[in-house]
Every structure is written in C-alpha cells, then in structure tokens.
Design a protein around this ligand. Structure first.
Ligand code: CTP
Length: 404
C-alpha cells in the first residue's frame, strides 16, 4: 500500500525548536535501518495548535524497539522495552519518547480484545479515536515535517470538532466516550453531529458499564487532572455519563450550585494560598459522589488516601458539621470545629454558601493565630497545652467576629 493517499491534505510543519533536531535524528536513524518513522497522535494535534510538546509518540514502519534501542544507545539513556506490545520508551533531556510499531487492530466481535498485527501507517492511524488525534508527521529527510492527514483532522481542528473515524469506534472502545468529552472540554470543541449521535447511542446502550472498569476509571483520573475539569463535568452532565458510571447518581440544581461554589472556592484558594498545592480535581469528584455510596469506586479510582479519608469523613459527618458551624457563636468555636481537618474537607465545606464566611475566616485567620509558650512559665505538659488553647480562643474572639 502506498504511504500517502491522493487526497490527504498535505502541509509542511516547522517543528518546535526543542524537538526538531531529535526528530531529524530519529528520521535518519530509521532511514539507515530501512524503516520509516512518524510522529503521531496528540503531539501532532498539539503542535498544530501551537502548544508546547514534551511527549513524543513515534510510530515506526519497522522494528520500533530496535530503533528506540539504537537511539537510547547513542544518547546513553535507559530503554524500557515492552516486546509483547512492540513498544519501547525512553527519555532524552526532558523529552519523553514512546516508540511503537505501526499496527492494525481487528475486533473479532464488538468490545472484544483486539487482535494486533503489523500494518501500514494508514491502518495504524485508522485504529485511533478521533480525527484530530489521527494525524502524523513524517520524520524522513526527504519530506521532513510533512503532515499526513487521511481523515480530515486538520479541518476538524479548525472547525473545533471531535469526530470519530468510524461508526463502531465507541463500541469497540467505550473509554472513547469519556475521552471525547475530555478533549471537547479541554480544547473547547464540540462533537460533530454524527459523533454526538453515536456517543448518545453508546451511552444509552450502557457500554460504559460493560467496559473494563480499570480502564474507565483511569480515564476518569486523567479528566480530574484537566485544567478545564468544570467544562468536562458539564459535558458529563449533558451526555449523562455519570448516571451510567455511578450506581444511584443523579443531577439536581443543588448539586450544580455546589459545583459552581466549589469552582469559585478553588479559584480563590489557588490565588490566596499558592504554596498549598492540592490536586483540586479530586474535590469535584468527592462532591459529585457525596450522594452515592462511593467507597468501592474509590478503590477502582485508586484514590489517594486523603481523598478516601476526606470522603469517608464527609459522608458520615457533613450534615452535623454544617449544623454546628452555622450555630457557632464565636470564632473560637469555629476554630475548634475545623481544627485538624484536611484542606480538602475545608474547601469542600467552604463551597456550601451557608458556612462559607466561617470557613474562610478559619483559613485566612484563625488557623494562623499563634501564642508564645514562653508566656506560660511554670506550666508544662497538658496544662501548658490547655492554657495555650484558652489564650488562643480569647485572642481569636477579641480580634475577629462572626457576621451571622
Ligand atoms: N488512542 C486511541 N484510543 C484510546 C486511547 C488512545 O485511539 N482509547 C490514540 C489516540 O490517537 C491518541 C494516542 O492513542 O492520540 C495516544 O494516547 P494518549 O497518550 O492517551 O493521547 P494524547 O492525545 O497524547 O492525550 P494527552 O494530550 O492527554 O496526552
């Protein structure tokens, strides 16, 4: 099969400075070995959108592990080969490279594990998820930088559309339902009309429930890391995917208001306390899952322990704590209620409007109030602790007040 179709949109890219010489080197190595090498997937999409790229996916018409091994040897870096998949990765300077042999995947029946065979570049691109992720760039010296776009990826990138390559895409790989929404949310794209129809159908068919849950939940973890997570959650809502993933989940106005509240709390915290980094994405998940029984999902999600602990605490004590906070009369009472709580719990509480000011007072002021132990000469052990706490309370109550 020829490499370029007659109708592929051809355009030559100027590769970013940080990767150009490495890419040229890969190209000439491939040539010397009698292979062909291309950049593919997300890196091509990101280059076309003028984003910085640090992760390079390279496909090789030929033996990818051998090519990667040669490159690793020249640069004196470690090679991590995966012979059963025909892939290998390595890192040169700060650039991560993943090499794979071009392959075809055929599905004996929908949803089955694919049969993997060696194939042409075109077939390798055809097995991918969306047109914008199915473009390649040649690294060969004769046409270095040439964009290879069989499926209209460049046009869809300009039109801001997520489009699958064939109607069975979501059936073959239901994880793509969530990927479609993640990319749409991240990039501010829409689903093409036909892709939208296919996605809705796939959700209605319950494919998300049937897919391997490990893969589904690692995709959710990826979504939690996205800057535009709130947009992605809106799309999850629009296409009813959470109902399908989490038994008993449903949307209502209150949950939406709380999500909005959480979003502004996170914006606030990011700016006010830049040194207190937190993986904010998990907070959205905790809030979404408060009304279902998610302890089991936390395992699937491989949630960090602060998420599990925070979630378990809130499941059990949220209502009581909200009530107590509302009733508190003095700053020192707020302090006692919130002292020692994990930041995630505090930020989630703060997204509830009725206690927002109180939690904010705690985060901004109360938790920073200090007294000097040297003022309590003669006391030690528990007595000292108690006296200091009392002093702190007095100080707080004289310095600050609660507007009810
Ligand atoms: N891919 C796919 N179907 C999937 C997962 C991945 O077709 N379920 C293909 C896509 O072509 C994708 C490539 O494999 O571009 C690499 O996958 P991944 O690294 O997850 O995607 P990126 O596009 O690189 O995503 P990101 O920008 O989030 O790194």
């Amino acid at each position: 099969e020829h490499t370029y179709p007659q109708k592929a949109h051809i355009k030559t890219l100027k590769l970013p400075k940080n990767i150009e010489s490495l890419c040229r080197e890969i190209g000439s190595l491939a040539e010397r070995m009698g292979y062909k090498a291309y950049l593919v997937g997300g890196v091509v999409r990101d280059m076309l959108m003028n984003k910085e790229v640090w992760d390079l996916d390279v496909v090789v018409e030929g033996n990818a592990i051998e090519l990667a091994g040669e490159l690793a040897r020249i640069h004196g870096v470690d090679l991590h080969p995966f012979p059963e998949f025909g892939t290998a990765h390595l890192k040169i300077d700060s650039i991560k490279l993943e090499f794979a042999t071009t392959r075809r995947e055929t599905y004996p029946h929908p949803g089955a594990y694919p049969l993997v065979e060696f194939a042409s570049l075109r077939e390798d691109l055809l097995r991918r998820d969306f047109t914008i992720n199915a473009m390649a760039v040649s690294l060969m010296s004769e046409d270095f930088g040439t964009l290879i776009d069989y499926f209209g990826g460049l046009r869809d990138l300009k039109d801001k559309l997520i489009r699958v390559l064939h109607p069975l895409s979501f059936v073959e790989d239901p994880v793509r339902i969530l990927r479609a929404l993640r990319f749409a949310g991240r990039l501010g794209f829409r689903l093409s009309k036909s892709t939208e129809k296919l996605l809705i159908k796939a959700v209605e068919l319950g494919l998300l429930k049937e897919a391997p849950q490990g893969r589904i939940f690692s995709e959710i973890r990826l979504a939690l890391r996205e800057e535009n997570l709130p947009e992605i959650i809106k799309l999850y809502k629009k296409y009813r995917v959470l109902e399908s993933l989490f038994e008993g989940f449903s949307w209502d106005d209150q949950l939406e208001r709380r999500l909005k509240g959480l979003r502004s709390v996170i914006e606030w915290h990011r700016i006010e306390f830049p040194q207190e980094r937190l993986d904010y994405g998990w907070l959205y998940l905790m809030l979404l899952l408060l009304r279902v029984d998610a302890a089991g999902y936390m395992n699937f999600l491989n949630a960090p322990s602060w998420v599990r602990q925070g979630y378990t605490f809130l499941k059990k004590d949220l209502d009581r704590l909200l009530g107590d906070l509302k009733k508190a009369q003095k700053p020192s009472e707020v302090y006692r209620l919130l002292k020692g709580k994990h930041l995630s719990v505090l930020l989630l509480l703060m997204s509830f409007p009725e206690v927002q000011d109180r939690v904010k007072l705690y985060l901004e002021k109360l938790r920073h109030v200090k007294v000097d132990p040297r003022e309590f000469s003669g006391l030690s052990g528990p007595d000292l602790g108690k006296a200091m706490e009392e002093k702190k309370s007095q100080l707080m109550d004289s310095l600050f007040s609660l507007n009810s």
